[in-house]
Design a binder for this molecule. Structure first.
Ligand SMILES: Nc1ncnc2c1ncn2[C@@H]1O[C@H](COP(=O)(O)OP(=O)(O)OP(=O)(O)O)[C@@H](O)[C@H]1O
Length: 279
């Protein structure tokens, strides 16, 4: 069980660029209020996510998890430091990064599940038969075999979220960004989707950054779990490496021990006093 508190220390000038799929170096993010005052949400954020990792991020509400993910997605710019994606400075959104949000309602209502999943492949110019087969296989992987011809209005919330995941994975993005994708689901659907996601990730080893409020979910899915400090000026407090078998058992002693450790780190942040000078 590895607990790292000093994550990705700033490089020296002579140091070669770090390898890694997603690398934050001293990243700062501030927002300007309408009155002109600045609030610094993230400060000195250092994190290197390796290619093929499934990195989960947990932290107190409002600490800046979505902001960090939004910068990787290209929806937000940094206010300082550097953020690189596969060695290049992060720029705007691109097809190399697939994004799934909580209660994502962006399916095309006039297309079937199959057509929704095929859409990105069609945009890539894939021939009809190849994309039909790829989309069907992906829908089967998320447990939707036999539901291909249903429209979003005919699907439950959990089924729609499965289509979202299939739609993102099918185009094989290099990076998968998920912001509480199962947050709006009931407990049973949540467990089933965690299993599907873990299964797909084991097959594809897509680099993933996954935000959750659920420590158990983070241990179930992650190769490492990062715990963020309470904001403002948040950054990473600790990273816990999850050294569990590929098939994870929630009731195993090792799982329970990770839960206790992570829950403790998180609880301390939730009850931590605000830093001096916090606005
Ligand atoms: N566009 C924006 N303009 C101004 N402030 C913003 C903007 N986006 C986010 N913030 C502020 O940044 C802080 C961090 O927000 P963010 O959504 O990243 O937190 P979070 O950790 O994802 O929260 P939660 O767990 O509740 O979803 C909050 O105080 C939020 O109000």
């Amino acid at each position: 069980m590895t607990l790292a508190t000093d994550t990705a220390a700033p490089p020296q000038a002579s140091e070669a660029p770090s390898p890694g799929a997603i690398v934050f170096r001293n990243v700062r993010k501030a927002f300007q209020s309408r009155g002109g005052a600045e609030s610094e949400v993230l400060s000195n954020l250092n994190l290197a996510i390796a290619e093929g990792e499934f990195f989960c991020l947990v932290g107190p509400s409002g600490c800046g998890k979505t902001t960090a993910l939004g910068m990787v997605a290209g929806f937000e710019t940094t206010s300082g430091g550097t953020l690189s994606i596969f060695g290049a400075p992060a720029a705007g959104p691109g097809p190399d990064r697939g994004v799934v949000f909580q209660g994502d309602d962006s399916l095309f209502t006039w297309l079937t599940a199959q057509q929704n999943v095929e859409f990105g492949l069609r945009m890539q110019g894939m021939p009809a038969e190849a994309r039909r087969q790829r989309a069907r296989a992906m829908l089967a992987l998320v447990g939707l075999a036999g539901q291909e011809d249903k429209f979003p209005a005919e699907l439950s919330g959990g089924m729609k979220q499965r289509v979202q995941i299939a739609r993102v994975f099918v185009t094989k993005p290099r990076i998968l960004l998920m912001d509480e994708p199962f947050g709006a689901l009931d407990a049973q659907n949540r467990l089933l989707l965690q299993e599907s996601l873990r299964d797909i990730w084991r097959r594809t080893k897509t680099t993933a950054l996954f935000i959750t409020h659920d420590v158990e979910e983070a241990i179930m899915l992650g190769t490492r779990v990062g715990v963020m400090r309470a904001g403002p000026r948040s950054n990473l407090k600790a990273i816990v490496e999850i050294d569990l078998p590929e098939v994870r058992e929630r009731t195993s002693p090792a799982f329970t021990e990770y839960y206790r450790q992570l829950h403790g780190l998180l609880r301390d942040e939730i009850h931590a006093p605000a830093p001096a000078g916090a606005s």
